[in-house]
Design a protein around this ligand. Structure first.
Ligand code: SF4
Ligand SMILES: [Zn+2]
Length: 126
């Protein structure tokens, strides 16, 4: 099996700098680390590595933990598009905090209506 290519580390601008700058304590400023990353020739490879390996801590490729989290959730959203016009789509809108589109609102209204119809026919809720 091929092991992942980590040769980009050899060209890292942070080589030999020690981890403290790039792994700040909560609340510490990250501007200095980000400035080093900005001039780093391998910042893209570094960022992708951190996202793919699920790195939770530190500045990688000039990006913070929160920025990596945002990229991960955007990727999940892109890979799982909302199925508009379905009840499943309607719930996906709310889970993602996006107001439901007309198609999903219609699908939801239909879902609720059919649910009520079933309950009435089964004699439930009288
Ligand atoms: S982008 Fe920043 S953390 Fe990543 S290798 Fe370059 S200097 Fe180091
Ligand atoms: Zn929709």
């Amino acid at each position: 099996m091929l092991s992942p290519d980590h040769s980009w580390r050899d060209r890292a601008a942070c080589r030999g700098m020690g981890p403290d700058l790039f792994f700040p304590e909560r609340g510490e400023l990250t501007d200095e680390a980000k400035a080093v990353c900005q001039g780093c020739p391998v910042s893209h490879a570094c960022f992708i590595f951190a996202v793919q390996s699920g790195e939770h801590h530190g500045i990688w490729g000039g990006k913070s933990e929160r920025q990596r989290r945002d990229v991960r959730s955007q990727t999940v959203i892109q890979q799982n598009p909302i199925l508009h016009g379905t009840e499943q789509g309607y719930t996906a809108h709310w889970r993602r905090n996006i107001p439901a589109c007309d198609d999903c609102r219609w699908a939801h209204a239909d879902y609720v209506r059919r649910g009520k119809y079933r309950r009435i026919n089964m004699g439930v809720g009288r």
